[in-house]
Design a protein around this ligand. Structure first.
Ligand code: UGA
Length: 536
């Protein structure tokens, strides 16, 4: 029988560990959830009012679980506040030793040197944490791989146990995370599925059941799938690789559209109506970014290669090649439309994060595009992002070397980071939309949707390709998630494009790298639009 769970520990207070722990604590008031990280600065920030990552709805969840306070906007309601059950600490070994379940949620990037460099997964942090868990965990603790890891990693942990703690029993589970940046809280509250991989023994299954019980407090049992450990580890890599493959597929079609007069948006809508294909993840753009897709495809291809399956490895690597091709093709089109010289021109980059509603800049296509533009010696490259801290952007840009000279304005380079979109766009000859933030759109987004929170979420995402967020004046709205009432949604405040157009320098160009602009409306403002997947 599954054991009662009182203490859960997450090792790794990053994009996965922090939000996942917060939601588990929020949904299980009787379980104490501690997130540990050896980085004391990061832990201090998780314990402060300024969380180290931005995710819509996260501050609310943390406020309830960590501080025992009522959610924002509900302070006056007659609800009883609860006991805090979410903790952030840098005392790693103590929390491990006190826990019934320890989830390892540290970074597993691609190796940058040594054997398999640029392809294999760098397991340095994971191994170090696994060793620490094996050293300090009490017998019977359930050890969970939350990080994305290569197939058969659980075997490596079992080997450590045999050497470090001979005769002590631990079960290893694989429980990959499928949340996406920018929608982490929604994804955690309403996941498509939870996958729990365990050993095919009675003890393994019982451990799986114990973890399933934690999720079952808010997720229907039919969505919790149990598999063997290897299938679970592999499923995560395959899910990300197939999502990325879908993007490279539609992006490759966008190149054909640009050359023929077909519209990629129309092609996506037409094929998306085929229930077998589905309508999600068909937005053509400048290629995917983020810390996961490229790394997971590399990892999958590397596994295939190690197994001697070279054709399989080559097949998946092609997804990455198309992704780079798409980004470079777009940058080349911008330069070509600006008559192959930027020397006297100001180009504004709108959006820097790898996708909307996040401050995550890892593997963002923006930096590569800026690099390419810098090679053309522009008068100015202005950068504006509504979510990212300008200092973070500046630091990344400062690290760029442009023909040996600095890239950033205050260091003498042409790049300038703004915290105001209108200032960034003033005087620009061209604006490039690099991230799909709703505020960059030139069509109003508003709708009233009915039904359960789940129906609303998917309807809004499908119709408007925005995350549901209630308007300030929504008459029915009590909370941004989880209630079964009708809601009125609007996008966050959008940019005033006529004001931007007035301040631009002719000829005014807009390069829409995310297919979010209505070109005909823009042309009425005197702005010429070039969009991905459209001949223009
Ligand atoms: C991805 C997966 O979607 C998650 O399920 C997974 O848990 C996560 O990786 C991970 O392994 O941690 P994420 O990279 O955060 O999540 O974000 P996505 O929404 O998948 O977007 C990835 C990239 O694809 C972004 O650059 C986005 O702009 C781009 N994209 C997405 C498109 O260009 N078109 C689309 O239609 C969808």
């Amino acid at each position: 029988r599954p054991k009662p769970v009182r203490n859960v520990c997450f090792v790794g207070a990053g994009y996965v560990g922090g939000p996942t722990a917060a939601v588990i604590a929020h949904q299980n008031p009787s379980i104490n959830v501690t997130v540990v990280d050896k980085d004391q600065r990061r832990i201090r920030r998780w314990n402060s009012r300024h969380l180290p990552i931005y995710e819509p709805g996260l501050a609310d969840i943390v406020r309830v679980a960590r501080d025992g306070l009522l959610p924002f906007g509900k302070e006056d309601e007659q609800l009883s506040a609860r006991k805090p059950n979410l903790f952030f600490s840098s005392d790693v070994s103590k929390s491990i030793a006190e826990s019934d379940i320890v989830l390892i949620a540290v970074n597993t990037p691609t190796k940058t040197r040594g054997a398999g460099s640029g392809r294999a997964t760098d397991m340095t942090s994971f191994e170090a944490v696994a060793a620490e868990v094996v050293r300090h965990a009490k017998p019977g603790t359930i050890i969970v791989e939350k990080s994305t890891v290569p197939c058969r990693t659980a075997e490596m942990i079992q080997e450590m146990i045999r050497i470090q703690r001979p005769g002590t029993h631990f079960e290893i589970l694989s429980n990959p995370e499928f949340l996406a940046a920018g929608t982490a809280v929604q994804d955690l509250l309403n996941p498509d599925r939870i996958i729990i991989g365990s050993a095919p023994t009675p003890e393994g299954r019982t451990a799986g059941e114990t973890l399933a019980g934690v999720y079952a407090s808010w997720i229907d049992r039919s969505r919790i799938l149990t598999t063997n450990v290897w299938s679970s580890e592999l499923a995560k890599l395959v899910a990300n690789s197939m999502l990325a493959q879908r993007l490279s597929s539609i992006n490759s079609i966008s190149a054909i559209c640009e050359a023929t007069g077909a519209e990629v948006k129309e092609v996506s809508a037409a094929i998306g109506r085929d229930a077998r294909l589905g309508d999600k993840f068909l937005r053509a753009g400048i290629g995917f970014g983020g810390s996961c897709f490229a790394k997971d495809i590399n990892s999958l291809a590397y596994i295939a290669e190690s197994l001697g399956l070279h054709e399989v490895a080559e097949y998946w690597r092609q997804v990455l090649k198309i992704n780079n091709y798409q980004r470079d093709r777009f940058a080349a089109r911008v330069i070509q439309r600006l008559r192959n010289t930027l020397v006297t021109k100001k180009v504004t980059v709108l959006g820097y994060a790898f996708k909307k509603n996040t401050s995550d800049t890892r593997e963002a296509p923006a930096l590569e595009i800026i690099k390419t533009l810098l090679d053309e010696n522009p008068r100015e490259i202005a950068v504006y992002d509504p979510c990212c801290n300008p200092y973070v952007i500046e630091n990344e840009i400062r690290s760029l070397q442009n023909h040996g000279s600095p890239a950033l304005n205050e260091d003498g380079g042409p790049v300038m980071v703004y915290s105001d979109a209108y200032e960034a766009c003033a005087g620009a000859n061209a604006i490039i939309i690099v991230t799909d933030f709703d505020e960059f759109r030139n069509e109003p987004i508003a709708a009233v949707v009915k039904g359960s929170a789940e129906t609303q979420t998917s309807e809004i995402q499908n119709r408007f390709n925005v995350e549901p967020e209630c308007a300030a004046d929504c008459p029915d709205c009590h909370t941004t998630y989880g209630e079964s009432t009708d809601h009125t949604y609007t996008a966050k405040e959008q940019l005033d494009w006529s004001r931007i157009s007035t301040d631009m320098t002719s000829p005014k160009w807009l390069f829409d790298g995310r297919c979010i602009i209505d070109a005909s409306k823009m042309s009425k403002l005197g702005i010429r639009v070039e969009s991905i997947g459209s001949a223009g």
